[in-house]
Design a protein around this ligand. Sequence first.
Ligand code: PLP
Length: 453
Amino acid sequence: HRTTTAANTADIQATDASHHMHPFTNTGALNRKGARVIERAEGVYLWDSEGNKIIDGMAGLWCVNMGYGRKELVEAAHQQMQTLPYYNTFFQTTHTPAAELAKEIASVTPGDLNHIFFANSGSEAVDTVIRLVRQYWNIKGKPYKNILIGRENAYHGSTIGGTSLGGMSGMHKQGGPLVPNIERIRQPYWYGEAGDMSEEEFGLACAQALEEKILAVGPDNVAAFVGEPIQGAGGVIVPPANYWQEIKRICDKYDVLIAADEVICGFGRTGNWFGCQSFDFQPDLMSMAKGLSSGYLPIAAVAVGDRIANAFIEHDEDFNHGFTYSGHPVAAAVAIENIRLMKEENIVDYVANDIGPYFQTKLREMLSEHPLVGHIEGMGLVAGIALVKDKATKTLFPDDLDIGLICRDHCFENGLIMRAVGSRMVLSPPLVISHAEVDEVLEKARHCFDLTL
Ligand code: PLP
């Protein structure tokens, strides 16, 4: 490996500060401090340019599910680069990686999600969902059925479509008007917003907010409801167990499509191939990205059910939408190999029956009594921890204290990557993490929570 000296680190930071605009970042503040330079990675560990070893409790950005340094994925990319580095899938052509990957995805998606549209990022996949469902109702002779309903505090990406459908108020405030005909309902955040309601009562109330919204705007005008099975970037909000069943019942009643945004939950994160399976509902379509290639190359997809795909097929209808790199052969080859590895290593079973339960139990054992911790929720290998000033009253720290960022910075300085979402701390480690590595993540987390006190 090339090891960067400290002087070199300063050079890279200076270059970065001069020329690199970072996503979701206060660039002025970052430039004054200097970005940490991440240099290499192996398994669940990263090393920075000063040689510090860091355990990655976030799998990159919820994506490096099969861990770093997987030679099989590198080799798949290398071979495909040599054979066919690029060709498009527009205008009457295809290639083996795109066709094979579509088949592989269809083999792991539930129900009749048999038709796969490729994109390059979760945001593009979500934009595709928006356009696809609107065009579906057009084909069905109901062009007025074009409203999509999302949720407060949902994250569906950073394109104008994803931003509009998402419920991140900070994003809505920037960048001008949003896409019209999008509505939102409350999020099912039981710990934070239920008051005296039981989980069951609250789950029903939050789902019934969908029915109220559908009735308010007129059932004939609603194309689809879009939701993450577990809200990820919103802070890992696990809905009450009855929530999705009720959502499904309501959508069926008013002939509203359900799109599951599986960008984080998909590919094993919750202990099933897809998050919708963990909550036992069948979506009409779903968006996926991240774990599809374990983040090694950008690739995303929308899995489309027979009902929608067949409407396009039977009507000989063009879908006037696509990306130069839809089904990029190198990214597709890596994704095929990634799915093959997941199957060979029984990784979904490992999350469901071994490391997931171990992680969830140990997390609670080690952290629920901590004075900073108000509540822990999670499933499989994803978890959110609410930090509070007062456990008994659930009182939060003042916003301007930024308790989450203080905790995140302690983690970073102590060799652990953990993400802060407001006052919630989030974990989403690689799915290949071992028991000893889970222990290490949680011991470091507890130590950093102590430092945050
Ligand atoms: N949808 C969900 C549920 C996500 O979590 C994300 C990213 O975190 C996206 C969409 C956007 O994906 P991308 O960042 O690849 O555009």
